[in-house]
Design a protein around this ligand. Structure first.
Ligand code: CA
Length: 657
């Protein structure tokens, strides 16, 4: 089999810059295009169904220029399934789904011909996207489609649990507490970030009632939706219709939808549509010709090869336009080269500059591409318009992620405050901070995605149950709330994991022979664990309602006060300053502009702390219970053990009332 030596030279000769690869309808015709410069033949196969022996016909495609193969059907073909067969060296034909397919049959084996516009729900064109002027205005909530509603406590009708449809149900409850969509509205988040909803490989869509689970980081078809989230995976239209309904329903309620995209690897490597249609082009290779494994999942894709870069751009534009999505979260973004992520930002800006774009600034293994070319967090200044998950603030607050016993600021680490303070200012330079340079990585605060819990690793509550096990439950709840106050009130963009706001846990049953302890009874890598581990149990919201109320109060506080949402490092330098407490770990900062002054105090100690407020009259904007109290205060205030307090200066005109 041929191998390409110099990809740059090859791309100069063969890369195709049309945006019509795959299928498009033109002048009543159906046009198929596939790109494969080294193929000796490409064939279109038409089928009656998404699987099984029901071939209608196979037709040879014609070689055009720059490696593009084409065939036109003289009619508007719909409700037909198709694949391409590639032939190299005039020998075996290898059949695969079109990697550009936008609809597919059961388990993503064949593409499906349909005009997607016909599947728009009623009112689709009249519901606008929610406005989001800056990433700092967003409060993102990360949800897995199945986890969100699969448990009976969700109040969702049985047939819709674990599916897209559950997001469109209004007014669901567990006892007196709101669940699902009603919960999202009540919590006050601005965006929902969905774990992969594109078609992934490891859940058998033909068995909807079998207990199967995966996060979805096993990409099969990048431009198709996952079938197991629809009410009928055998009908290619149902997943499209139902996902559009999900987006529309959330938009109606002012909530944006962010898609988790996993362009960094393919699940099947050799058997992926990329490899079958043009072997050894779309993946990066080691010097010995083997697949490199920067993802830790067996391979990594080659964003630096033009046709893979264009594939990504084309795909992202498709999702943003066709499904009106509001942003993208890039899995293992550091595997993409910096040039590519900057071009993507430019291209998305042309469509809508408000689209959010952020990702993981790390890889899952070593890439053969030089580290200075990749979108690693340490290269952050080279792609300053794209957000990055802030592992510095995460670990400073709750302790190292990979040692469950490691403690953080909230659980008693008295050496975490320097890194934490850097996180509080949005991970940008600040005139009062001279340490923790390693945590000073953001070009602007808009780049810092602040969080303490995501789908990966232990939930915050489980982490606290391990590293702070000698504390009482009541004290651990205080630590959880203090952690929330820190990352939600930090400059940047806060990111919350579904259920984090009511002490979500991921319980695990120890295996035979394993001791039963605080580590073996929780799951820190639940990517394919059963619902008993992964599902959100909405009764926990009922039971821990006061924690939920506290998170909600923090989100309101942030959204109602623009001083928590400063756009630039200059503003932060002018309007945010730390006040002296004579104690590194008793953190107090003041946010002040011409209108408002907010003083935020964080006490990680198990005893109260006292502090003299600056000049003027204040009221309690947020106490340890998340409540507001308008009673005027000045002088010395008390911060209860393991808690945060926020005081707001009473405006002059309010003084006169
Ligand atoms: Ca699938």
């Amino acid at each position: 089999m041929f191998r390409i030596g110099d990809f740059e030279q090859f791309d100069k000769e063969y890369a195709y810059d049309g945006d019509d690869l795959g299928v498009c309808y033109r002048d009543g015709k159906t046009v198929f295009k596939a790109w494969s410069p080294m193929a000796t033949g490409v064939y279109l196969n038409l089928y009656l169904d998404g699987e099984g022996a029901n071939l209608i016909e196979t037709v040879p495609m014609e070689k055009m220029f720059r490696g593009v193969w084409m065939i036109e059907l003289m009619y508007h073909a719909e409700d037909i399934y198709y694949t391409f067969s590639y032939e190299f060296d005039n020998r075996t034909r290898i059949e695969t789904i079109d990697l550009y397919a936008r609809a597919c049959g059961i388990n993503g084996q064949r593409g499906y011909l349909i005009d997607l516009k016909k599947l728009d729900p009623e009112g689709w064109d009249t519901v606008p996207r929610p406005v989001c002027e800056s990433p700092c205005d967003a409060v993102v909530y990360e949800c897995h489609i199945r986890d969100f509603s699969i448990d009976e406590s969700s109040g969702i009708p049985a047939g819709e649990r674990g599916r897209f449809k559950a997001f469109t149900r209004e007014g669901t409850r567990y006892r007196s507490t709101k669940t699902c969509l009603a919960h999202l509205k009540e919590l006050g988040v601005t965006h929902v970030q969905l774990l992969p909803v594109f078609d992934y490989a490891t859940v058998d869509e033909s068995k909807p009632f079998k207990a199967q689970y995966n996060w979805g980081y096993d990409p099969l078809n990048y431009n198709c939706l996952e079938g197991s989230y629809s009410t009928d995976a055998f009908d290619p239209r149902s997943r499209i219709k139902e996902f559009k309904q999900l987006v529309m329903e959330l938009h109606k309620n002012g909530i944006g939808v962010i898609m988790d995209v996993v362009y960094n690897h393919t699940y099947y490597t050799e058997k992926s549509a990329f490899q079958k249609s043009f072997p050894y082009y779309y993946h990066r290779l080691n010097k010995d010709g083997s697949f490199s494994n920067g993802s830790g999942c067996g391979n990594e894709t080659a964003s630096d090869h033009l046709m893979y870069r264009r594939f990504m751009i084309n795909s992202l534009k498709f999702w943003a336009k066709e499904y009106k999505l509001d942003g993208f979260r890039f899995d293992l973004m550091a595997l993409h080269d910096i040039e590519t992520v900057n071009i993507i930002r430019d291209e998305l800006n042309k469509f809508d500059p408000q689209l959010l774009m952020y990702g993981e600034g790390w890889t899952g293994g070593e890439s053969p591409l030089p580290a200075d070319k990749l979108a690693y967090k340490w290269n952050s200044y080279k792609f300053g318009r794209i957000g990055l998950f802030n592992d510095n603030i995460r670990d400073a607050i709750k302790g190292g992620t990979f040692n469950p016993y490691d403690i953080g600021y909230v659980s008693g680490n008295r050496n975490a405050s320097h890194v934490l303070k850097r996180g509080l200012v949005g991970s940008v330079p600040h005139w009062q901070l001279h340490t923790a340079q390693e945590a000073c990585w953001a070009f602007e605060p808009t780049q810092a995605v602040n969080y303490v819990e995501a789908h990966d690793n232990h939930t915050l509550w489980d982490k606290l149950s391990i590293c702070a096990k000698h504390f009482s439950r009541e004290e651990r709840v205080k630590m959880d709330k203090l952690a929330a106050a820190l990352f939600i009130l930090a400059q940047g963009m806060p990111f919350i994991h579904l259920g984090q706001d009511f002490l979500r846990s991921k319980p695990r049953i120890p295996e035979e022979g394993e001791p039963e302890n605080e580590v073996t009874t929780v799951n820190h890598n639940s990517y394919n664990a059963p619902d008993s581990t992964n599902s959100v149990k909405w009764n926990e919201k009922y039971e821990n309602y006061h924690v939920f109320e506290y998170y909600r109060a923090l989100i309101r506080l942030r959204r109602n006060n623009k001083l928590f949402r400063m756009r630039t490092k200059d503003e932060i330098g002018r309007q945010m300053r730390f006040l002296d407490t004579h104690d590194d770990n008793f953190i107090v900062f003041c946010l002040e502009d011409s209108e408002d002054c907010l003083v935020c105090l964080f006490n990680p100690y198990n005893e109260e702390r006292r502090f003299w407020l600056p000049e003027g009259k204040f009221y309690t904007r947020l106490n340890e219970l998340g409540k507001l109290n308008k009673f005027p205060l000045s002088g010395e205030v008390v911060v209860p053990p393991i808690s945060a307090m926020v005081f707001k200066r009473i405006r002059r005109r309010e003084d006169n009332v």
